[in-house]
Design a protein around this ligand. Structure first.
Ligand SMILES: [Zn+2]
Length: 321
């Protein structure tokens, strides 16, 4: 299959969208790049569906994973430089993750703009999702399948490099063992004093292990060095649109870095200095994680994260240590 054709990619998404388990908002996406193509719908990870069904919120998050994030969580190939075709306008959270995973181009099916979801959330897409794409250097197009036509919403200069406040650090680890994992965690505590951070050991395509460390920071393309960005970030934190933030949490950053590099997670070797947000915990399950080490289990961004931890711990979906 040729993987550089956005029409084929979009058709692959449209072909499976009806299989989405979501009762009302059925959405599908295809992530494609030279040698691979992966299509997914939005869905509830099996352990969440079995324990809670579709209607229970996990903390303040839906128990479902959006189609765009599903492709990133499940892709085994490096997603850096890849493109995405999606049936609906993506929400700001998905766009944040796409930016971190190195996605360079998004194609949105024009029919997606007529749907109920797009009508209700249109504002978030227009303002926040598009703003993040622009700042993160992601080109956006609307795709008309019937006419075989693409309308470019905006195009970023190919040489554009988005800012990033705090790059993820990577160091090699000789062998996979608890001692090596703990050593990286201890060292990270001295480097990220009073900051939340996450550590994961991942395996590359050659079987080598790497320890990755990320702290929370402004979304790719935004920086705390720029007063305009700071104003924007604070507005989203306290304003009426606080449903979405312009911060990217450390666990999400590591999950997206894994996709970007095509690494493999090692279950049991994932650490978060505090309780991850509800959404991060759901994403961890989507990524197949069953164990998580938490530095301070009493500390979290919001009380909902603690609720999510209790739910998932009681249901034995994640083993928190
Ligand atoms: Zn989304």
């Amino acid at each position: 299959m040729i993987n550089d054709d956005p029409y084929i990619a979009m058709q692959a998404a449209v072909d499976i969208v009806g299989t989405s388990t979501h009762p009302t908002n059925k959405i599908a996406a295809t992530l494609f790049h030279k040698t691979f193509s992966i299509s997914r719908t939005n869905y509830w990870p099996e352990p969440i569906l079995a324990a809670f069904g579709m209607d229970t919120r996990i903390g303040n998050s839906s128990g479902s994973v959006h189609s765009e994030v599903a492709t990133l969580l499940e892709c085994k190939f490096p997603t850096n430089g890849a493109r995405l075709a999606v049936t609906d306008p993506p929400c700001p959270n998905c766009v944040k993750n796409l930016a971190d995973a190195g996605i360079k181009e998004i194609y949105i099916d024009h029919k997606g703009f007529d749907k109920d979801w797009a009508q209700r959330r249109g504002g978030h897409f227009q303002n926040m999702s598009m703003q993040i794409c622009e700042k993160a250097g992601i080109n956006v197009h609307i795709l008309y399948r019937k006419d075989k036509r693409v309308e470019t919403v905006f195009h970023v200069h190919p040489s554009f490099v988005p800012v990033q406040d705090s790059p993820i650090t990577k160091e090699s680890v000789e062998t996979l063992n608890e001692g090596a994992f703990q050593a990286v965690i201890e060292e990270s505590y001295t480097r990220h004093i009073r900051r939340k951070f996450a550590v994961a050991i991942m395996q590359d395509a050659h079987g080598r292990y790497h320890a990755l460390v990320a702290r929370g920071n402004a979304v790719t393309g935004f920086t705390m060095e720029d007063p305009e960005d700071v104003k924007e970030i604070e507005q989203h934190q306290h304003g009426p649109s606080h449903k979405y933030s312009l911060f990217q949490e450390p666990v999400n950053r590591l999950l997206m870095y894994r996709a970007k590099r095509g690494f493999k997670l090692c279950d049991g070797y994932f650490f978060s200095s505090q309780v991850p947000t509800s959404r991060e915990q759901v994403n961890l399950i989507g990524a197949g994680m069953k164990r998580l080490t938490v530095g301070n289990p009493a500390k979290a961004r919001d009380p909902d994260a603690l609720v999510a931890m209790k739910q998932l711990s009681d249901a034995k979906i994640i083993d928190y240590r």
